[in-house]
Design a protein around this ligand. Structure first.
Ligand SMILES: [Zn+2]
Length: 464
């Protein structure tokens, strides 16, 4: 089971119906085919054909509900046609919230094996063992042992408890969808909400998402209407794209948000000691690097004299390029490493992508300049969220996680999983300066669209 406070995924009992054609008498074959096709909504001729095979066993219906097999049992009792029709118990995964957190939870295949998301990553914990009867036999096939037969009852799988807050997750999904539609984001979008104190992912959403109870139904109405006319390779490609957890599997160019890394390194290395020192930097609309002039985004009306705080609020490229040059390639790559950009975060999901950076020895002055303001390299959204969480966690690296505890299905015992922390990337003092500047970016700077009054007020009461 996958649980938050509520159950997000669980197994329910379903049935599989098979026939042994050779055990069904010729006079009953048509009656059986007629009843089976009626109950399970199958093509009569195809069902009859299965009943006429010489095979030992033919599949009729997989994972059907009890109501349907009850109808079949009643008919079998009434008619006395019992031989050659088998009804076997099976389990099916059910997701009460449909599409909620679909890219995190993932789904199971017809054999109940986890195929995607946490269902795949934690398959060994979540899946139980089927009950079985085993017979001990000697070489001649005769039964040995006391009664010759041991029975083991089925064991339910254990449960995992997620860090996801279903309220935040629903809100994030709702507004991500709205934003993607309003802004015609053809590549969709992703949002990650993380608690910097312990790495708990409170929400992780990608748009578009899909219904976990019907993972093989495409979520695009245009594609769906034409689905059967597509090549199966195209079907597969579209489904893979729909299941893709872009927040961890896709890389992107982060742009100006990456200036936080440059600012962190500059303060930590003592290149900037007073973030409010006025006139420390001057923007003339661009900067000359190894014979190449790199423009500020506001080259047409240069920012002029600025402190570091003002430069971050203005998102002024030349200031960060200048800082990058002073930090130098080797030190800059140390910070990339420490903030977790040169390796995967190892979040508990399959399919995480790594970042794309030039090898350190290939980075010249121009390359370092572009990295300093977030261009010409790619990182994953989860790496970016982890970097910001690390800054907010007083500068100590915190690993993102989705599972906070496991619950043993037999004993009910809950085992908490401890958060994982890495090294102190920047000092607490540096982190306070960065957080203070981040607040200014949102309250008065280029990030004003993200200003949320209640959050700004609340931060004043945080006990950093
Ligand atoms: Zn500028």
């Amino acid at each position: 089971m996958i649980v938050l406070g509520e159950i997000l995924a669980q197994s329910s009992t379903v049935y599989t119906v098979t026939v042994n054609p050779v055990k069904i008498s010729n006079e009953n074959k048509e009656k059986v085919a007629s009843k089976l096709s009626e109950i399970f909504e199958l093509d009569y001729n195809e069902t009859l054909e299965k009943g006429n095979q010489n095979d030992a066993i033919e599949n009729i219906a997989k994972k059907v509900d009890k109501e349907k097999t009850d109808l079949l049992r009643i008919w079998m009792d009434e008619t006395g046609i019992l031989d050659g029709i088998n009804i076997d118990e099976d389990t099916k995964r059910y997701y009460p919230y449909g599409s909620l957190a679909s890219h995190i939870i993932g789904f199971c295949g017809s054999d109940n094996q986890g195929l995607d998301g946490l269902e795949a990553k934690y398959d060994n914990i979540l899946s139980g063992e089927n009950g079985s009867i085993s017979k001990a036999q000697n070489a001649k096939g005769a039964t040995i042992g006391e009664d010759g037969e041991t029975y083991s009852s089925p064991i339910s799988g254990d449960s995992i408890v997620l860090s996801i807050d279903s309220n935040i997750q629903s809100i994030v999904e709702k507004y991500l969808e709205e934003a993607c539609i309003d802004n015609v984001c053809t590549d969709g979008g992703s949002i990650i909400v993380m608690n910097p104190k312990n790495g708990d992912i409170l929400a992780l959403a990608n748009y578009p998402n899909y219904n976990l109870n019907e993972p093989y139904t495409i979520n695009d109405t245009d594609l769906l209407s034409n689905w059967d006319n597509l090549e199966s390779s195209e079907n597969s490609e579209y489904l893979q794209a729909m299941w893709r957890n872009k927040a961890i599997s896709d890389t992107y160019e982060p742009g100006s948000t990456f200036k936080l890394v440059t600012a962190s390194a500059a303060i930590e290395e003592g290149i900037v000691t007073d973030i409010d020192k006025s006139g420390q930097f001057t923007c003339t609309g661009g900067i000359e690097i190894a014979g190449t002039r790199i423009k500020c985004w506001r080259y047409y009306r240069p920012h002029g004299s600025q402190s570091l705080r003002q430069a971050l609020m203005n998102s002024c490229n030349p200031v960060f390029i200048g800082l990058g040059q002073q930090i130098g390639v080797s030190k800059y790559y140390d910070y990339l490493e420490k903030f977790g950009f040169l390796q995967k975060t190892d979040i508990d999901l399959y399919g995480e992508a790594g970042s794309i950076f030039l090898a350190e020895d290939k980075v010249g002055p121009v390359e370092l300049a572009t990295i300093s303001f977030g261009q010409r390299f790619e990182v994953t959204p989860i790496q970016m969220a982890t970097m910001v969480a690390t800054i907010a966690n007083n500068g100590k690296y915190v690993k993102p996680r989705l599972v906070t505890a496991t619950i043993d299905s037999e004993t009910g015992r809950r085992t908490e999983i401890d958060p994982i922390y890495g090294e102190q990337v920047i000092s607490e003092e540096t982190s306070q300066k960065i957080l203070s500047m981040m607040e200014s970016v949102v309250s008065e700077g280029t990030g004003k669209n993200a200003r949320v009054e209640r959050i700004l007020n609340r931060r004043k009461n945080w006990n950093f």
